[in-house]
Design a protein around this ligand. Structure first.
Ligand SMILES: [Fe+2]
Ligand SMILES: [Fe+2]
Length: 167
């Protein structure tokens, strides 16, 4: 399936997240050029990263990434494992992420529609050192979660620990 058909299907399936997905696709394409990753794969993964959202609206925010990977495979006929993993792990990251996985993780957090405290610093870091940007992003989630007295999921903690040890 071509990317234009994917766009049409995604817009029908989930108009609420369509614009965010387009912006994530554009950011992922720019990051792929910066880090020498396949731009077409980055565009597809960026476009489809939240395709699972509608199905699990109101549910645990983390499950949409796994649902999305299954939908990318079954509905959008994506067979590339790296793209499917980038979708499946875009919320929490994981240990030993591929470059494509890192690109989608961070593109989702810095796409041009994102407006939160610290986003411009994170954008800059993303193009300097993508590992440092992911560390920054997870650390700010840790702060947020602490403030809310909630619990951070294990995968995010593992990702953070892995990247810090690799530094
Ligand atoms: Fe997401
Ligand atoms: Fe997203």
């Amino acid at each position: 399936m071509g990317i234009d058909e994917m766009k049409r299907m995604l817009e029908d399936l989930n108009p609420g997240i369509y614009c965010h997905c387009i912006r994530t696709m554009e950011e992922a394409a720019r990051l792929s050029e910066r880090y020498g990753e396949d731009t077409e794969k980055a565009r597809i993964a960026g476009l489809l990263h939240d395709c699972g959202k509608k199905m699990v609206r109101g549910n645990d925010n983390l499950t949409h990434s796994k649902t999305g990977a299954a939908m990318a495979r079954d509905i959008f006929h994506v067979s590339d494992e790296d793209i499917l993993n980038a979708i499946a792990y875009h919320t929490t990251g994981r240990e030993n992420m591929s470059m494509l996985e890192k690109i989608i993780f961070i593109a989702d957090k810095i796409e041009q529609g994102r407006k939160y405290k610290g986003v411009s610093r994170l954008r800059k870091a993303s193009y300097e050192d993508i590992d440092r940007a992911i560390i920054m992003s997870i650390e700010s989630t840790v702060e947020y979660v602490k403030m809310k007295n909630a619990e951070l999921d294990d995968d995010s903690i593992k990702t953070l620990k892995f990247l810090k040890e690799a530094k």
